[in-house]
Design a protein around this ligand. Structure first.
Ligand code: ADP
Ligand code: ZN
Length: 744
């Protein structure tokens, strides 16, 4: 008897792929292979090998079975993405208008920047610090290059790759070699640096006795964690009020209930202190960051999944840490813009943290000295519960703030380019003489942001972008900050041939030069995107600053964040006005936040601190409120403007940006994108119109902004333009951005 052996029940899986296609794909599991929702698999997609996530498993398929291709392999063994994260990815895809595969890819960041373990030559300081500083001054006259090299290594604050020494100082091998010969430097071979997070070891994380305000905040949150239901708190605590201690105490409670926690910090390389505090207090912290190798990430994942690590600390993407039994998510410095991802999927970690909290019944704590209007708006409507820490903890007192009206400075000072007011100069002198440390803040890098022809008034523009190029002295190049294009500085005006271009405006590089001229004895370091390009550079400079090897630290917003240095008694804001006139509804808010945060760096120890804010607009309400440390009055004013204009927190924003080779094409595309929005209630559409920066990298840019005044109208608008990417053509790109970070 012939028996037809039945086909073994084939099992099919739905796989989400990291493609901008909003559907899943069906694959077959080869005999002997098992997979479950949450497994990562490798499949063949039109000839390409892609990694994807299994979202569903079934015994049947509507497709002709012969057409269904098998998966190639199951990756990561039995590691599964937890159901809660699958659900979070679904919600992310729906809210931010991306495919499930793109959302899932973000939950499993696979940067896999595996760097070799090559050993590369470095130089480090051999002579005692004082001696080296002395030598810098002595060499200045006759051996400029050596002086420069030595100064650079001191400022670097640790072993510095020789390649970087040469590049940064524009020198050959001979100066550093001479310094080695003279015993000032020594050469060492070190493993190429992995982007390993170095929690600052200087952090001891003293377990302070909580003050009454801290106690009340901790108790409220712990109560809520114990109750086991989702709730969002907004912890509004002035700078230095001990928010970190509050998070730590809540986490202690969370762990003692057998639950786990996630702490998100703005940019991990900028917050070694905060991370250090968490790492030193708890033995079971997993620090997650994008530089982990696949193997390391797998190990951290496993630790979290198995509950061996109960606390995950990291930047934005640590929100997806696969912790078990989540009890708490903390977003430290919730106002920071780095919580918004500016590539697909364009999620906002703060908003998504609340979604995760809802899914997993976890408590969310948003902390800031300057909560966003969105968050404070929700707190005022009792959507969030507000907790306040109105005073500095411990010895620190809020600094005294002086507003220096630059219009009153003598003309010559202004003409000299760098405006360091007499007040600021005198105070710097005084603080440096007292051996205190000074922070100078200027939110603009480069030497001067504009190179202007005094003949015809034209600035040197980037050929690919509609912006002027920034003059960088050390590189000897004009650089476009939008596309990084560089060019030589023209001798004469490219437009009218007038000889001699004028350097207009001040960047950190020019400021550094001016400060070094004024205070030749001081060790000055600069922290901005140009000097911090090397891995680990932040940690090194901050460590040097903490050890008091640096007297004056100059920087962009990089130095505005979470730094806690007790010997900083003077903070100078060189220009409060750089962001004030940016065409963005958040210009005032960002100015206030930045001023308030920078000011918060002063007077954190026993010694009193002073802040000097230089401005041409002392009457601006954001500047005024920052000078008075008056968050509430700023918010009150700003809410009025937002309400009138219908901006967040009174609406949710959707931005659609089209980029094309010709302006007409970008415009036409948006004209089509706007059509489905007609007739939707409770929305307002601005545009389509040319973007502020109408051309970047040779692409013409048009955009429109949709204000959605109700959750229902947001959903309707998303449904109407949700697949706006389908309009894209070979020559025109289109991007949908929910809660956009930039409107430029
Ligand atoms: P924030 O994050 O609110 O700016 P921090 O957490 O950095 O503030 O705390 C500021 C300083 O106050 C830190 O040096 C911290 O160790 C200290 N501190 C925190 N809580 C207390 C307390 N209850 N008593 C004394 N000092 C405290
Ligand atoms: Zn450019």
């Amino acid at each position: 008897m012939t028996e037809l052996s039945p086909e073994p029940a084939a099992t099919f899986v739905q796989v989400a792929l990291n493609l901008p296609l909003r559907r899943e794909f069906t694959y077959r599991l080869p005999a002997g292979t098992t997979a479950r929702p949450g497994n990562r698999v490798r499949v063949n997609f039109h000839g390409r090998a892609l990694g994807g996530i299994v979202t569903a498993v079934s015994g049947t398929t509507d497709l002709p079975p012969a057409k269904v291709k098998p998966i190639e392999s199951v990756l990561d063994g039995d590691l599964l993405l937890p159901d809660s994260l699958l659900e979070l990815a679904r919600r992310m895809a729906a809210t931010y208008g991306c495919s499930l595969g793109e959302a899932l890819d973000a939950t499993l960041p696979s940067v896999a920047k595996r760097r070799g373990q090559r050993r590369i030559p470095h130089v480090e300081l051999k002579a005692p610090h004082d001696l080296a500083r002395q030598a810098v001054l002595e060499l200045e006259e006759k051996h400029q290059a050596q002086s420069r090299v030595l100064r650079t290594v001191i400022e670097y604050g640790g072993p510095m790759p020789i390649l970087d020494v040469r590049r940064r100082t524009q020198t050959s091998d001979s100066p550093w070699q001479t310094l080695v010969k003279h015993g000032l430097l020594k050469k060492v071979l070190l493993a190429e640096e992995l982007e390993e997070l170095v929690p600052s070891l200087d952090e001891h994380a003293v377990r302070h006795e909580l003050n009454a305000h801290q106690r009340a905040a901790v108790d409220r949150v712990v109560q809520s964690v114990t109750a086991g239901a989702h709730r969002t708190f907004l912890l509004h605590g002035v700078t230095g009020s001990g928010k970190t201690e509050v998070y730590l105490r809540i986490l202690e409670e969370v762990r003692s209930h057998g639950r786990s926690g996630i702490v998100l910090v703005p940019e991990i390389s900028l917050t070694p202190q905060t991370v250090g505090r968490f790492a030193s207090r708890f033995p079971d912290v997993a620090v997650l960051h994008s530089g982990l190798t696949d193997a390391e990430r797998g190990r951290q994942w496993q630790r979290l999944l198995q509950g061996k690590a109960k606390i995950a600390v990291g930047a934005r993407s640590a929100l997806f840490a696969p912790v078990q039994n989540l009890g708490l998510i903390v977003i430290d410095e919730e106002h920071e813009t780095s919580f918004k991802q500016d590539s697909t999927p364009r999620y906002h970690a703060r908003e998504l943290a609340i979604v995760r909290g809802q899914i997993e019944n976890a408590v969310v704590v948003l902390g800031s000295a300057t909560p966003t209007l969105e968050s404070i708006g929700k707190a005022r409507r009792s959507v969030y519960e507000l907790l306040t820490l109105p005073e500095r903890a411990g010895a620190g007192r809020l600094p005294k703030i002086l507003v220096q009206d630059l219009r009153a400075e003598p003309k010559e000072a202004r003409r000299a380019g760098v405006v360091l007011s007499r007040t600021l100069l005198v105070m710097m002198q005084e603080r440096l003489a007292a051996k205190d440390q000074v922070l100078l803040f200027l939110n603009r890098r480069g030497y001067s942001p504009v190179l202007l022809c005094p003949g015809c008034g034209e600035a040197v523009k980037c050929e690919s972008c509609s912006v002027s190029m920034t003059w960088h002295v050390r590189r000897g190049r004009l650089i476009c900050h939008w596309c990084c294009r560089e060019k030589r500085r023209p001798e004469t005006c490219p437009t009218c041939q007038h000889a001699g271009m004028h350097e207009l405006g001040v960047g950190t590089e020019r400021l550094e030069q001016a400060v070094k001229q004024r205070f030749p004895e001081a060790i000055v370091a600069r922290m901005d995107a140009d000097t911090m390009a090397e891995r680990g550079a932040h940690e090194r400079v901050l460590a040097a600053f903490r050890r008091r090897h640096i007297d004056v630290l100059i920087g962009t917003q990089m130095i505005a964040k979470g730094l806690d240095f007790p010997d900083v008694t003077l903070v100078g804001v060189v220009s409060a006005d750089t962001g004030l006139f940016v065409p963005d509804y958040r210009a005032a808010e960002r100015t206030f936040q930045l001023l308030h945060q920078v000011a918060g760096r002063a007077g954190r120890g026993e010694k009193a601190g002073t802040v000097v804010i230089q401005t041409f607009c002392p009457d601006n309400y954001a500047v005024e409120a920052a000078a008075k440390n008056d968050y509430d009055s700023f918010v009150q004013q700003e809410l009025v403007f937002r309400k009138i204009a219908g901006y967040p927190p009174f609406s949710r924003l959707l931005r659609v940006l089209a980029e094309a080779r010709t302006e007409a094409e970008a415009q036409q595309l948006l004209q089509r994108a706007v059509e489905p929005l007609h007739g939707i209630d409770d929305i307002e559409v601005l545009g389509p119109s040319p973007a502020v920066i109408v051309r970047v990298k040779d692409q013409w840019r048009w955009h429109m902004l949709v204000k959605c005044f109700q959750p229902t109208s947001f959903a309707a608008a998303m449904a109407a333009i949700g697949t706006v990417e389908d309009l894209a053509t070979r020559t025109c790109r289109i991007t949908l951005d929910v809660d956009p970070g930039s409107l430029m």
